[in-house]
Design a protein around this ligand. Structure first.
Ligand code: NAG
Ligand code: NAG
Ligand code: NAG
Ligand code: NAG
Ligand code: NAG
Length: 439
């Protein structure tokens, strides 16, 4: 919980901010991306529609969903006057329901199961209320997929599913947030003497003793090796990635039952990535600057090859959390006078809103590399649902270098608002609700 663990993400904040100062190149990327989305659209729609069709096989579904669902959706209908079509939604079945398409529904009577005071394992970085965030509506939005019901996170059930198992989150500070969210979602039902937490620089382990289960986090922001893993290199231009080397990290991932990976935001610190591969006699001097999506593809491919050659899918389940969007440009959601995500208290309501903080090229690389893998990888596709949540970030209610922002810093959100990380409780709880539904 000390400074070491909070430094890396802050470094990332700075770079993204830095990146925000390169409007021209970014705009080009965005325009190209948008053009590309336009092209893709007709393609992505069709498989989706067929999925929707298979989703609405009501016969197979009603028998499974039983009475509780009927009651729930009736209540939904009564309370908020939903479209009657909503009643067609069925109980979650990971094979049939996509959670990607849906909407955030506000529920003023919903209280998150933990707070940043009740859960002792949250970093200051994400403890927004403790850090002075005055509004709390952002905690009361629930994700409602269009064609099914996402089951609520049940801590006892989650722990049962983890009995005798190791669950490990691997990746960057966003992944660390998801890990802390998961721990907080279950820890309050475990008696004090039945749980423990060991925080390390790279590897942290929460233990639920009576379940013989662990919920772990392993820090490797690029998945592959770099010169900026544990000792963060502040200047992104000085970072060098060994795009074909992963064992130094991956040796810590063997023997884990459920692996949840991510890697995105650290790649976004510039347009090109200094990449190194093979064994060069001239060492770090031998790098090549590769375009970001190219370097990302090689790095992810290295990860995919490790998974395919090491993981036995009968013993280990592999998940991949897609890009966590950043909200650095309020113009993305037509808030011209806004300052980054600061002061946002409501999600974007425009269906399919997509800003400049989620790089479609990276999503495409992920789909393509994972699509060719032998070992099945389940996506926790959080990008679209999180894109809406401009209100969910730590913003100025965070810390820097181990200290809370000063009033002076808080008054300057342009330079100090963190629009990358998420408040907890908050949006990452929904990511874990999706993970839970797949366990
Ligand atoms: C709102 O939240 C309350 C408390 O968690 C819950 O009982 C109720 O069912 C929720 N309402 C809807 C419409 O989901
Ligand atoms: C506890 O879980 C580990 C795997 O995480 C397993 O190797 C070990 O045998 C389990 N111990 C008991 C007592 O079930
Ligand atoms: C996984 O289990 C299936 C069915 O039991 C078996 O055919 C297959 O060889 C196993 N795969 C591995 C890698 O052990
Ligand atoms: C944030 O909103 C409050 C109330 O709406 C307003 O008083 C304040 O000036 C806003 N701050 C910024 C930085 O926009
Ligand atoms: C995640 O969902 C988006 C739609 O929101 C889709 O475009 C993208 O291909 C999905 N990503 C993966 C890796 O499946």
């Amino acid at each position: 919980m000390g400074t070491t663990t909070t430094l890396p993400p802050l470094a990332a904040v700075k770079h993204l901010h830095y990146r925000g100062k390169l409007p021209l190149s970014i705009t080009t990327v965005v325009i190209c991306t948008l053009a590309f989305i336009g092209l893709m659209y007709s393609e992505t729609i069709s498989p989706f529609t067929s999925k929707l069709k298979s989703c609405s096989k009501r016969d197979s579904v009603t028998s499974r969903s039983g009475k509780s669902h009927g009651a729930d959706s009736d209540r939904d209908g009564d309370k908020s006057g939903y479209d009657p079509e909503m009643d067609d939604r069925f109980e979650f079945d990971p094979e049939e329901c996509s959670v990607v398409s849906g909407k955030w529904v506000f529920n003023s009577s919903y209280e998150p199961p933990y707070t940043d005071r009740s859960c002792p394992y949250l970093d200051w970085q994400v403890s927004c209320v403790k850090n002075g965030r005055p509004d709390s509506d952002y905690q009361r939005w629930q994700w409602q997929p269009d064609d099914c019901l996402l089951p609520p996170f049940n801590p006892a059930e989650a722990l049962k599913k983890l009995r005798g198992k190791r669950l490990m989150f691997v990746g960057d500070s966003l992944q660390r947030g998801q890990w802390q969210s998961f721990v907080c979602l279950v820890e309050f039902i475990i008696p004090e003497n039945q749980k423990s937490m060991k925080r390390g620089r790279a590897h942290s382990v929460f233990k639920a003793k009576e379940y013989n289960a662990t919920i772990e986090f392993y820090w490797s922001p690029f998945l592959v090796e770099s010169n900026s893993d544990l000792r963060i290199v502040g200047d992104p231009k000085k970072r060098i990635l060994k795009v074909d080397s992963i064992l130094k990290h991956a040796k810590h991932w063997t023997g884990v039952d459920i692996l949840v990976f991510n890697s995105y935001v650290w790649w976004m610190s510039g347009l090109r990535i200094k990449s190194l591969w093979g064994s060069f006699a001239n060492g770090a001097e031998g790098y090549e600057e590769l375009d970001l999506p190219v370097a990302y593809r090689i790095g992810l491919k290295t990860w995919a090859n490790w998974v395919d050659s090491t993981i036995n899918p009968n013993e280990t389940r592999v998940f991949f959390t897609t890009m966590s969007p950043t909200h650095m440009r309020s113009a993305d959601w037509n808030h011209k006078d806004g300052i980054k995500c600061s002061n946002e208290t409501k999600p974007v309501m425009k269906k399919n809103h997509w800003g400049t903080g989620s790089d479609k090229r990276i999503m495409k690389v992920v789909s393509s590399v994972v699509g060719k893998m032998k070992v099945p990888v389940t996506f926790i596709n959080i990008t679209q649902l999180s894109e809406y949540r401009i209100d969910g970030h730590s913003s100025i209610y965070t810390e820097t270098g181990g200290k809370l922002l000063t009033d002076e810093q808080k008054a300057d959100p342009l330079h100090h608002a963190d629009c990358i990380h998420w408040c907890l409780p908050g949006v990452p709880d929904t990511w874990n609700q999706i993970l839970y539904a797949h366990l």
